[in-house]
Design a binder for this molecule. Structure first.
Ligand code: KG4
Ligand code: ZN
Length: 337
């Protein structure tokens, strides 16, 4: 079964054809990074307008690169939540229209679940496992029991992990998107040059929760020293020290979840799972296995959407034409979706 995946939840306009939930026939990602760069962040109105301009050529490109024709597509999967509402609506409306015109089923797909599906495209992974979703918009540690269900163990109480990378890079004028440039600079820096605080959250009912706003503020407060070029206050050291702290915050909680649940497999997804220190840190951890997608499948793509959508179609599920896009998904602490 060939599934066409469509992803427009944020600033990547992406389409992909995946066969039987596993074999990627094409994976086209048209990035808006250059357009949003001057603003150091995604401008929602610009993003949705670009999706409208780009969606048809991107889908056409994905079909051509897959070496198939429109009639060879058996179902369409589209990100319907969570994300920027205007951007989501472009993908959802387009998917509905194309599915209707081809008389094939379509299904809405949850972006968070799809990020966790990305490593399944490249590895044979069995359930259960501890899922780690770390991206620009999400920071979630979950117990994952099937392709479409997980229980959230912990999440951020303020900023997302990737958001902290992006904000720090913005204040220090390091470049955009922040995660990529900080990862790169950090490789030449001393991670112990600065001692940044780690949040000491009230353990209570939510021991796996994390926080990034305090760390972000602490790093930004070093700006004066940085501009005055005090000893060792260079971008590489800032990047390395921030990165180590930001990643240790989440990695410590993941290790704790592995220990507490006895589930010794960790599967990661989302833009920050491309981070070289996160990969090293979890791969070196004793008594557990960590599985990461390849770097191009960490960030937003439509192959993960098509791959996950296949499982819905295979189970006989499809969405109706009144499916709506949802910017946010409630009830984050219990069961998902
Ligand atoms: O998954 P993604 O493309 O979009 C969301 O669903 O949010 O993630 C984008 C985020 C950005 O915050 C970006 O700075 C971060 O992933 N990112 C990284 C790296 N590559 C991308 N963060 C840390 N290290 C990286 N190598
Ligand atoms: Zn994403």
């Amino acid at each position: 079964m060939n599934v066409l995946g469509i992803e427009t939840s944020c600033d990547e306009c992406a389409a992909s054809v995946v066969e039987d939930g596993k074999k990627i026939l094409s994976n086209v990602v048209a990035s808006q990074v250059e357009i949003h760069k001057p603003f150091y962040g995604v401008v929602p109105e610009i993003a949705s307008r670009k999706h409208i301009e780009w969606i048809i050529p991107v889908v056409k490109d994905a079909i051509t690169k897959a070496g198939i024709r429109l009639k060879d597509i058996h179902g369409i999967a589209v990100t319907s939540r969570p994300g920027l509402i205007g951007s989501l609506l472009v993908g959802v409306s387009f998917a509905k229209g194309l599915a209707f015109s081809l008389s094939i089923p379509f299904t809405g797909v949850d972006h968070i679940l799809a990020h966790l599906y990305a490593p399944h495209l490249e590895h044979d992974i069995t359930y259960p496992y501890i899922g780690l979703i770390v991206s620009g918009g999400h920071t979630i540690i979950a117990k994952v029991t099937s392709v479409c269900s997980f229980t959230v163990l912990g999440t951020t109480i303020d900023d997302a992990c990737g958001e902290a990378f992006d904000k720090v890079a913005k204040y220090y004028d390091l470049g955009y998107p922040g995660g990529v440039v900080i990862d790169w600079l950090a490789q030449k820096g001393n991670p112990l040059a600065f001692r940044f605080p780690k949040p000491s959250l009230h353990k209570g009912d939510h021991p796996y929760d994390v926080s990034y706003s305090g760390l972000k503020t602490a790093v930004v407060n070093q700006l004066d020293l940085f501009w005055n070029k005090k000893d060792g206050k260079n971008p590489e050291n800032i990047a390395a020290s921030f990165q180590k702290t930001a990643i240790d915050i989440i990695a410590d909680r993941v290790v704790m979840a592995v220990r507490d649940t006895g589930i010794r497999k960790v599967v990661a997804g989302g833009g920050v799972s491309a981070n070289s220190y996160l990969r090293k840190r979890l791969n070196e951890e004793k008594g557990m296995t960590a599985i990461f997608p390849s770097v191009q499948l960490c960030t937003d793509n439509a192959a993960m959407i098509a791959g996950l959508g296949f499982h819905f179609f295979a189970a006989g599920e499809k969405s109706s034409y009144d499916l709506n896009a949802e910017a946010r998904v409630p009830l984050f602490r219990r069961v998902y979706p």
